[in-house]
Design a protein around this ligand. Structure first.
Ligand code: SF4
Ligand code: SF4
Length: 344
């Protein structure tokens, strides 16, 4: 991967050049939180942000989107509004890029999703490094350093950024700046290694994922799931903010007596009571305990079986929003604890 440096004082110039690649979207403050949205002014960008309320999936799998309209006798017409909008997502953290890589696997795999893929092709990603806070455990989930899924990635070295060029589009971005980027020096390499080691020491949360799928497998009947079921409110907030939760519902909108209508896709959550309800009144996961167990199993065991890694990237959003204080790291630690009573 090509590596260059960029003077920090020229970041605004880089962003002005990147406008030819699409609308610039980046992190901005919203009260005491942060959101990703279009930057009208570069001065609005908050590159010191921790995490945004919603992850980047909102760009590729919007909370609600119209898939198509239909009329009896005429078939259907796909809704392509905004599908071809060119966007540069500027200032994306490594864990969120991992989240996107995971969604790419899901929506580009066995059942490729044309809506997702069309949007994804139009969006460039410029990553930036970050400082972990008390809810970050991306290092434990092996998502603290990213090697693909971005066009450029900026590593802060004080007065400059070490810049990884990840794609041919990233190369085009560098070329478009006409000499802004410089070759890497020995000092840059030493500074990078020092900062990388410093950052490593900043993580306060740890989750041990070694043999975790096997432990999940064996702890399917653990009383921990019932305890969590008692605490969980079934609000679904954890799924909504999760960069790798992608469940959706499909809803038809048809006026009574009408011959035309539309089909929408709407975010859903496996924590909702209705999620596994089917016609005839059957609900395959009627209890909250079974639903929360499903969510954790899907993230830490089922996804590993299918894609070779957990789908949790340790972004800390679910820890941040859960009104019941349900915490992925605590649950992993709880499942790892030896039950001495059972061992006797
Ligand atoms: S499960 Fe929680 S910590 Fe893991 S990726 Fe989803 S929101 Fe982030
Ligand atoms: S945010 Fe917490 S309370 Fe709400 S569904 Fe998720 S685990 Fe349950």
């Amino acid at each position: 991967m090509k590596t260059l440096t960029l003077p920090k004082a020229r970041l605004d110039f880089l962003v002005s050049v990147l406008q030819q690649f699409g609308e610039i979207h980046g992190p901005v403050a919203q009260g005491d939180r942060f959101v990703f949205r279009r930057l009208r002014r570069w001065s609005d960008a908050r590159l010191d942000y921790t995490r945004t309320i919603l992850p980047l999936k909102k760009y590729f799998l919007p909370p609600r989107e119209r898939l198509f309209r239909y009329r009896r006798g005429e078939g259907y017409v796909a809704d392509t509004t905004d599908l071809e909008r060119r966007i540069v997502l500027f200032g994306v953290h490594a864990c969120d890029i991992y989240g996107l890589n995971i969604l790419d696997q899901v929506f580009g795999g066995r059942y490729p999703d044309p809506y997702y893929q069309t949007r994804r092709r139009q969006v460039a990603v410029v990553g930036i490094d970050c400082t972990p806070d008390e809810h970050c455990f991306c290092r434990s989930m092996r998502a603290d350093v990213v090697t693909r899924g971005f066009d450029l990635f900026l590593q802060d070295l004080g007065d400059r950024y070490l810049t990884f060029v990840g794609t041919a589009l990233g190369d085009d971005m560098v070329l478009a700046t006409e000499g802004l980027f410089q070759p890497v020096t020995r000092d840059d390499v030493e500074d990078y290694k020092r900062r990388s080691a410093d950052r490593e020491r900043m993580f306060r949360l740890e989750a041990e994922i070694r043999d975790l799928p096997e432990i999940f497998e064996m702890e399917y009947g653990s009383r921990l799931w019932d305890e969590l079921g008692e605490r969980c409110l079934g609000c679904g907030a954890c799924s909504m903010v999760c960069p790798t939760c992608y469940c959706f519902d499909v809803a038809d909108e048809v006026a009574l007596g009408s011959t035309d209508g539309a089909r929408d896709r709407v975010w859903d959550s496996c924590l909702f009571a209705s999620h596994a309800a089917v016609s005839g009144g059957e609900n395959f996961r009627a209890s909250r305990a079974s639903r929360i167990k499903f969510r954790f199993y899907h993230k830490q065991r089922g996804f590993v079986a299918e894609y070779g890694r957990p789908s949790c990237v340790g972004c800390g959003r679910c820890l941040d929003v859960c009104p019941a204080g349900i915490d992925m790291v605590e649950i992993i630690a709880g499942l790892r604890e030896v039950d001495h009573a059972a061992a006797q």
